[in-house]
Design a protein around this ligand. Sequence first.
Ligand code: PHE
Length: 511
Amino acid sequence: MENNRSSWGSNLGFLLAAIGSAVGLGNIWGFPYKMGKSGGFTFLLVYLLLAVFVGMIIMVSELAIGRKTKLSPIDAYKKVSAKFAWIGWMATIAPFLIMSFYSVLGGYCLQYIALNMTKLSFGNGAVAMSGSEIFGAMLTTPLGCVVFTALFIFLCMAIVQGGVSSGIEKFNKIGMPALFVMLLIIIVRSLTLPNAVEGLKFMFVPGYAVKAQFIEKAPNLITVLGTAGGQMFFSLSLAMGAILTYGSYLSKEENLVRNSVIIVISDTLIAIMAGIAVIPAAVANGIANGTPVGQIKLSGPNLLFVTLQDVFSNMGSLGPLFGVIFYALVLIAAISSAISLMEAIAAHWIDMDIQKGENDTRKQRVLTVSLLILFEAVIVAWDGLGSNFSPASLLGISDPPTFLDCFLDFMDCWSEGIAMPLGAMLMALMIGWEKSPELVLDEVAHGDPSEGFKKFYRICIKFVVPVVMAFVLAGQMIDFFGGPQIVWYIVSVVALVVFFCLSFFQPHAEK
Ligand code: PHE
């Protein structure tokens, strides 16, 4: 069976694909504003620490389990663990739910490229609306959003149908360098705007976000830990099956630790670069228009689709060109992530067919998965971030918790909010306590890790990762469900203890 399974053309191809999966809307959109909102430099520091002690560890583990089993998440976990086989299902359903809104956001990017192209061809007056008017008009035209969402899904489908090396790898080999160059162009443009330095201060000067009244008061360290942890996981594509699936196509020759280090560093670097591209531009434009600094919108969907569109509209005749470049770069980032999600879902059925001796079913399977994604994405596209209807309005709830605000938040809650931290916690417990860290270290040994790394890995996977994930889980539940924080801390700790006991206590023979 293994002979018929896809594989990467080269390690570089794998690296670009994995970096492509990691670099996405999370980097360009989530990272900059979360960094500003959660204390700038403190957030960056916590983020980096978590990336080393938790992100790296899960990245190595996922790649190792993927490569060891040479299977997609559902079958890989089934093969590795007696008790936690269902993590594989979580790691397949979660990317499916993420795709429901990821493709809608990808569709928005397509619309913004088209819009800026129109302005480029017919002058800025062609669409003489403000960013918020444009965004509002788009959200309340559901049919348009559905059409562009479908187009985005279609593009991803075509790439994934092409196969692992001649579809996904090829796209990333061209897309990633292109994205990098476009990002550099936007950074230069952004930093040369007057007052851009205020944006840099927002990101990098400790305490500045509070001083300039972007936020009322600095968040506490636990909140920062939750936000940074959630962001780091999402940004690195962890606990969603994607990295495991990509690892399953990797050759035994490749060094998993070195690859993980490269992916984590690249993703973090691009997130910081994206911040430097986006925040100074938004702040500079706000100041130029007389908006009091603290009131410049730096968070939520507004940042990308309102504030930045205003930046490009106000930039003069070349503005639309930068607009096209910027939204194209976001689109590439979105596609390169979405194809990893799609592959992670479809791989299970493709593997199943290969086991039955049917080798040519990729196109069909990917088509079915794409149609299912389209089906759920239509709901998210149609509700227009809650402008047209929302889970809360359907249920008749007037003051809803965040997860009922709109269908995007609803889907995000179960995937990024619950499945991701829970999946990572369970994975660490499974490796650290049900099985043994050697399960991963033996596989990594093909790249010969040092004794130092082995020690580091054992401590992190057994202790650090499960505890940090419990905090991240609590942080996400507080964000999505609201209510008394203590309740969510208790729920997380109980989950940690119960699952720890489940992994730890077992008849010895089973080990
Ligand atoms: N890492 C992607 C981003 O930052 C999102 C993603 C999550 C992709 C999980 C794949 C798996 O936007």
